[in-house]
Design a protein around this ligand. Structure first.
Ligand SMILES: [Zn+2]
Ligand SMILES: [Zn+2]
Length: 165
């Protein structure tokens, strides 16, 4: 989704407001191992402050993942506020704080996706105390139990256990 900033860049306006509903790219959803995502709504503006262009927006949306332990579907509500300075072209000392305007427009999706990535938890769980699934029999230990742990004791541990009984 390209936001046309030509009027702001050319000085005809000092501010451009926008409201978009954006679809995240399939590549991004694959990169973050998401099952699916809702549309993301973005509301914000680009302001010209002297010679600088500042982009500010709020976003919100929902992304579904598999719980890292039990594979149940987990829906994460994501929302944040992003501020970036925009530049008309890369300079020698380019850094990540800047986003580049090309031919008077800026692509908002990479900026949105980058911020979502920064805000994702390292481990996505259906709940803090998720017990996961048994690696041996596949039972979901949140809803049932199995006897794998009892039956399969490492022989070295068994020898140790016998010392104490
Ligand atoms: Zn889980
Ligand atoms: Zn089991």
């Amino acid at each position: 989704m390209n936001l046309d900033l030509s009027k702001v860049v050319n000085g005809l306006k000092s501010v451009a407001d926008f409201q978009f509903d954006l679809t995240l790219t399939d590549e991004f959803l694959k990169e973050i191992n998401a099952i699916e995502a809702s549309m993301f709504s973005m509301t914000g503006s680009v302001k010209k402050i002297e010679k600088r262009l500042m982009l500010t927006f709020d976003y919100k949306g929902v992304i579904s993942f598999e719980c890292h332990r039990c594979l149940a579907e987990v829906k994460l509500n994501l929302s944040s506020c992003v501020t970036r300075e925009l530049m008309e072209q890369f300079s020698e000392d380019e850094d990540d704080q800047f986003a580049v305007i090309e031919s008077g427009a800026i692509d908002l999706i990479p900026i949105l996706e980058e911020d979502i990535l920064l805000n994702l938890p390292l481990q996505i769980l259906c709940s803090e105390g998720c017990k996961g699934i048994c690696p041996q029999c596949g039972t979901d230990l949140n809803t049932g139990s199995c006897t794998c742990d009892d039956e399969k004791i490492d022989p070295r541990l068994e020898a140790l256990k016998n010392l104490f009984t």
